[in-house]
Design a protein around this ligand. Structure first.
Ligand SMILES: CCCCCCCCCCCCCCC/C=C/C(=O)SCCNC(=O)CCNC(=O)[C@H](O)C(C)(C)COP(=O)(O)OP(=O)(O)OC[C@H]1O[C@@H](n2cnc3c(N)ncnc32)[C@H](O)[C@@H]1OP(=O)(O)O
Ligand SMILES: Cc1cc2nc3c(=O)[nH]c(=O)nc-3n(C[C@H](O)[C@H](O)[C@H](O)COP(=O)(O)OP(=O)(O)OC[C@H]3O[C@@H](n4cnc5c(N)ncnc54)[C@H](O)[C@@H]3O)c2cc1C
Length: 631
């Protein structure tokens, strides 16, 4: 059958709710989501096997984006599709992949790493996998309460299998963290297997349809061949064959951090679409007292809140793709046995994941606030987008912890610069900073990019000097590092911002040569707005570390305000261009037709509290008190 995936999925009635899911209980919400998840999975499987064929392009992305509308919350199979399969594909041997990656597999899996006691510091993970050479098996065990797995999506009820991160022991020697495939529930009855204690962790701020779970093993045995063995092996006699790089096991986190940047761009485009369209419909106060009330989008302060969201969505789209291509390149190199580019990719992924998630959640919240009281309604969908987005600041590597990873990388290059050793081209500016080869400030995108590099150099130097000072004062390295950690994270944050500005500007300039002149003008305005916005936000840092003057800052401010005015006529067009369907946006405030107040009233009528003219609580609780008082 030939299908157009958007239309096909949108026409499956069971995927769309009559009652908004906010009115369902925790249990009903999950059951509703799981029903839909398996309808979607069936479509994906049919696409995979060729039973249905598609007529449109970008299908996985299409399905991915439509599912935001279907679930409003999260697909309970998100980790099954996004992490379980991809980890097997990346870390299992060819034979294991042939056995496990069957499209009609009975396995529904998840990625089980975090424990009650350890999330960030994964070397502290306590679950053990001990090799028993007499039976050719690993024994998975949870030695104490803090070793219980806690958080994995889909683990609570959906998954019957999982990839478990555990400390590998062979003949009493610990070889560190490795990944094991373990079946946890019977494929037919779905009952937990003997030796497995599994359940759901309870309601959260968001992600409530993802049945995040807990898991404990009581000496649970799995075959030796269930350890993921592409990069590392345990042989039948217990011989341990080391990987080429000891962090290859962390590869799934690296890949997810990279893909998250694009996902966050998409969440930003949803929030921007809702807030900009609403701001074009909403009228509140005249600007001049004798004029009619104006669209709130005409208030320059409102443009300041919203246009940076539009621009940031483009930034993360561009940088997400740039990182995706880098990941592809580095993975191909690793395949050839060359690990040289892995540290750089890890350092970039850490700081970009940290800053993209932090920016996205702050900007989604800004969009919600920009919609006034109505933004607080669940029916605006902004609270759900915020709850989803802010989780990304924590999962897949907590914000500060990831910035500190990138700081290790920056400090290494600063040390080279300080010792006058050769630096790679992309860090040549460290040497310029040390030699005080400062460029004269230029009020242009290129000038701002140079200014941001000076901030990175200045902040890395400050952190490095503090670190050295702590060491000279007799502190051990780890303690000295901890004492400098505020400055170290500041340096990483600055590094991420300079990368975002540079990559976005360069890619936009290149893209502008390939599109119509009128489109190129708008794209460059957005890119320039992004750079100006952050230059003004960070003007204190620029004053400290670059040659910018007060007059330059005033000129930047004027240009920024000019850009807001230039973008204003295209604002609605720019969010329409994100091309997000109403069914996916799920927002009374952001629908394409602008029927905001009508939709709000229609949604309110769905409230169960409006089913009866007089709710029975009146007779039970209110009347006895109020009428008694009257007597
Ligand atoms: C339209 C858009 C389409 C897009 C679709 C895609 C959507 C996808 C959405 C996905 C949604 C996901 C839903 C949520 C799922 C959530 C899942 C999880 O949260 S899983 C659990 C994640 N947990 C973490 O991230 C833990 C964070 N902690 C760590 O990663 C590590 O503990 C650590 C890196 C902080 C430290 O590790 P440790 O072993 O202790 O390191 P050392 O200190 O010994 O060494 C540091 C050394 O190692 C290098 N390193 C670290 N990690 C890596 C790596 N991954 N690759 C390469 N190198 C690595 C590091 O650079 C240091 O090197 P050095 O030379 O020594 O400086
Ligand atoms: C919605 C959601 C979904 C998730 N899904 C999964 C999943 O599918 N699978 C899975 O395995 N896990 C999952 N997780 C767990 C997630 O990966 C962890 O919560 C995350 O890695 C953070 O670890 P933590 O909770 O231990 O935080 P902690 O590390 O305890 O952080 C608490 C505070 O301590 C600080 N801190 C910790 N270490 C340091 C340090 N070295 N230096 C400075 N500051 C530090 C942090 O900055 C933070 O402020 C999920 C979490 C969430 C919220």
């Amino acid at each position: 059958m030939m299908i157009h995936t958007n239309n096909y999925i949108l026409n499956i009635k069971e995927l769309w709710d009559d009652v908004p899911e906010e009115y369902l209980s925790h249990k009903e919400r999950y059951e509703n989501a799981i029903k839909k998840a398996f309808i979607v999975l069936k479509v994906l499987r049919q696409l995979h096997t060729g039973n249905i064929q598609i007529t449109d392009h970008r299908t996985p992305t299409n399905v991915y984006s439509i599912q935001d509308g279907i679930f409003r919350n999260v697909n309970p199979l998100l980790i099954h599709i996004g992490l379980f399969w991809s980890t097997i594909a990346a870390q299992a041997s060819t034979e294991q992949q042939a056995e496990w990656l069957q499209p009609d597999s009975s396995m529904i899996g998840t990625y089980v790493q975090t424990e009650l006691g350890h999330g960030s510091f994964i070397r502290g993970i306590e679950t053990t996998a001990t090799y028993d050479s007499t039976t050719d098996e690993f024994i998975l065990h949870t030695p104490r309460l803090s070793a219980y797995k806690w958080w994995p999506g889909g683990l609570g009820n959906t998954a019957n299998a999982c990839l478990v991160m555990a400390q590998l022991y062979i003949n009493g020697t610990c070889h560190g963290l490795h990944i094991f495939l373990a079946q946890i529930r019977d494929f037919d009855t779905h009952k937990p297997l003997p030796g497995i204690k599994v359940g759901e962790i309870g309601p959260k701020m968001g992600f409530n349809t993802a049945d995040n779970g807990f898991l404990g093993f009581d000496n649970h045995r799995i075959p030796r061949t269930n350890m993921l063995m592409k990069n590392v092996q345990v042989l039948r006699d217990g011989t341990y064959v080391k990987p080429k790089h000891d962090k290859l096991t962390y590869g799934s986190m690296l890949l997810t951090r990279v893909t998250l940047i694009s996902d966050l761009a998409y969440q930003l485009s949803k929030a921007a679409t809702i807030a900009v369209r609403y701001s074009a419909v909403r009228r509140q106060s005249p600007i001049k007292s004798n004029e009619p009330e104006r669209q709130i989008l005409d208030f320059v302060s409102q443009q300041h809140k919203l246009f940076i969201t539009i621009a940031s969505s483009h930034v993360y789209r561009v940088v997400g793709l740039w990182m995706w291509n880098s990941h592809k390149r580095v993975t191909a190199d690793i395949h050839e046995g060359n690990m040289g580019q892995l540290p750089e990719l890890h350092a970039l992924a850490c700081c970009l994941k940290a800053i993209s998630s932090r920016d996205a959640s702050a900007l989604v919240e800004q969009c919600r606030l920009a919609c006034g009281g109505h933004g607080y309604m669940m029916a605006s969908n902004l609270p759900q987008i915020y709850a989803y987005t802010t989780a990304a600041v924590t999962y897949e590597g907590e914000y500060t912890v990831l910035l500190l990873q990138t700081a290790r990388y920056l400090v290494k290059f600063w040390r080279l610069a300080a010792e006058h050793k050769p630096l790679p081209q992309n860090f040549a500016y460290f040497e310029d900073y040390i030699k005080k080869n400062f460029e004269q400030w230029r009020n242009s995108p290129e000038g701002i990019i140079e200014g941001f590099k000076a901030i990175v150099a200045g902040k890395t130097k400050a952190a490095y000097d503090t670190l050295q000072c702590n060491l000279r004062n007799g502190r051990e390295f780890e303690e000295a590092w901890n004492m400098a950690s505020v400055q170290l994270t500041n340096a990483s944050e600055a590094y991420a911002r300079s990368l975002l500005c540079e990559v976005f500007w360069k890619e936009t300039v290149q893209l502008s040569t390939k599109v119509s002149k009128s489109l190129a003008i708008v794209l460059e305005q957005l890119a320039e707005l992004y750079l100006m916005y952050w230059a003004l936000e960070k003007h204190g840092d620029l004053l400290l570390y670059s040659t910018i003057s007060r007059n330059d800052i005033e000129a930047l401010q004027s240009r920024y305000e000019e850009l807001l005015a230039l973008i204003r006529p295209n604002a609605v067009g720019l969010v329409d261009a994100f091309d997000i369907r109403d069914e996916v946006l799920c927002s009374t405030l952001g629908a394409y037709d602008g029927r905001v107040y009508e939709r709000m009233m229609e949604e309110a009528s769905k409230s169960p509290l409006n089913e009866d003219v007089v709710n029975e609580s009146f007779h039970k609780y209110i009347r006895p008190v109020t009428m008694k008082n009257k007597l």
